[in-house]
Ligand binder design. Sequence first.
Ligand code: GTR
Length: 326
Amino acid sequence: MSRTGLVAVVAAAVFAIGSAPLSAQEWRGWNTHVPDYPNSRALDRWGELVAQRTNNRIRMRTFHSAQLGQQDEAIQQLRLGAIDFANFNLSPLNNLVPETQVLTLPFIFRDVTHLHKTVDGPVGDELAKLIEQRLNMVVLSWFDAGARSMYTRSRPIRTPADMQGLKIRVQTSDLWVDLIRALGANATPLPFGEVYTALQTGVIDGAENNWPSYESQRHFEVARFYSTTEHSNVPEIVVVAKGRWDRLSPADREILRTAAREASALQRQLWAEREKASRDKVVAAGVTVTEITDRAPWAALMAPLYEKYAGAPSMRALVDRIRAVQ
Ligand code: GTR
């Protein structure tokens, strides 16, 4: 080969490594939220960090706004390896891995620091292991999802008595159905993407979610009364399909895990900002916010839920360990 020929070959090889190595893997990720949501931005950041640190060998593309389906379907897809990574709320995993119900239980966390210490500590690690064993997905880090509160179409909720007979949308989880029933209302499980229309057409009277989802899904346009019940702080996980994970080298696993933790730190920071921004936005749009200052009557109605979902000794032990986290 001539010298110029050799230079050209080497240059082409260097170019290929720099931009798109032959062995590059294309990963597809699921996400339910709009592109500017804290979770979406953190998932994008995760992909950037992984691409940089693997010299583009692993290229992760997140499909935002539930383009790859609703959460329940995405969980199945990920278990089968048809989707490579995702960010899931724990609620749709409740029926599949009952231990996750404990983190969904109403009023289990004192505050957001308590939540972080729990999920970033031994309890979070144990739940991650159970999810991996039973669902074929590897949990790499945890996202915030704030406090969830009730919102309704036609009148404000001030006390639990105001919930009587209302039809409230829930995520697909038995615990959520029972939670709404314990408040005297009727639960309607629906995918996230169908809540807006269900509120608009009056199929449901209300739903419950955090400020950023209430705002970004535009539920505030059709359910104008938000009451700060803050009844659950169920967190979220960042996961990779186990098949993908098992084929990675230890070095690449480390890159993915470290970058996922960095993405979580970013998500938590963006989350705190977005909670406030979303609240300001809906208030400016004329939403009536009812501040619930006394949550004791709400918490009292949750006792049967603790009996049913955390009555077994192993579950009770988990609750006690969470409560003991300082
Ligand atoms: C959001 C959460 C989503 C999904 C949604 C819902 O707050 O981030 O993963 O769980 O709530 O209510 O379906």
